[in-house]
Ligand binder design. Structure first.
Ligand code: HEM
Ligand code: HEM
Length: 173
């Protein structure tokens, strides 16, 4: 790590990280619909919030990106030896965090269902839109990519903490 960079993420970055991590893991539980057609506790209590939470995540990722850009170098910088891999991994996480809600909304618009989040009708129901439905079909493959990235990301964080015993996890806590 550069000697002049902070050793810890600021409180707003940590709040965005852990709040969004929780909400994204909640969203990924939608994969559970593949088991018994969602006729189980997760499918009936957590998954019905999918569209509302997904729409909230779109707002959060925009705010988080603005915050990250505004902080510039005032966040911990990666070790130069692995900086390229770390930056690529974090960039892919950001890209998928943006693409998930966008493609999700395209599924809804494409099917003519409109968009209702937390009881607010944000987009009215209407005709089917074929181009939106086509792009929306990427929602599921990108969800699987995000799942792989998140699992890899968690494994690397735990590797740093328990095997390398450095401060990588500490700076996000
Ligand atoms: C970060 C945000 C989101 C994540 C992580 C996420 C994740 C997922 C996952 C894991 C699935 C199951 C895929 C599968 O079984 O192969 C799914 C399906 C679905 N999601 Fe999302 N989603 C997000 C946002 C949204 C939003 C904002 C909407 C709608 C406005 C939406 C609508 C849907 C619909 C309709 C399905 C079922 C159709 C399909 O599989 O393509 N999602 N999502
Ligand atoms: C859905 C789950 C998660 C997502 C999408 C995610 C995403 C990210 C992103 C994009 C960063 C880069 C910093 C930033 O720009 O905010 C980051 C940093 C970090 N995350 Fe996560 N994260 C998730 C879950 C977790 C979990 C469960 C852990 C702990 C086991 C963790 C540990 C860390 C650590 C230690 C850093 C700092 C890494 C560094 O400074 O090099 N993350 N995370």
């Amino acid at each position: 790590m550069n000697n002049d960079s902070p050793t810890r993420y600021d409180s707003i970055s940590r709040l965005f990280h852990w709040l969004m991590a929780l909400l994204i893991i909640w969203q990924l539980l939608k994969i559970g619909d593949r088991i018994a057609d969602g006729e189980h506790w997760i499918g009936q209590t957590l998954v019905p919030w999918h569209i509302s939470i997904g729409t909230l995540l779109l707002l959060l990722i925009v705010l988080r990106t603005c915050w990250k850009i505004s902080r510039g170098n005032q966040i911990p910088q990666p070790d130069p030896a692995t900086a390229f891999l770390v930056k690529t991994g974090h960039f892919l996480l950001y890209a998928t965090m943006f693409l998930m809600p966008i493609t999700g909304i395209l599924v809804m618009v494409g099917g003519g269902y409109g968009l209702n989040a937390f009881g607010m009708q944000l987009i009215a129901k209407g005709e089917e839109v074929s181009w939106a439905a086509s792009l929306g079909s990427l929602h599921s493959p990108i969800a699987w990519l995000l799942l792989v990235l998140v699992l890899g990301h968690i494994a690397i964080a735990l590797f740093h903490h328990f095997v390398k015993r450095d401060d990588t996890l500490q700076r996000m806590l």
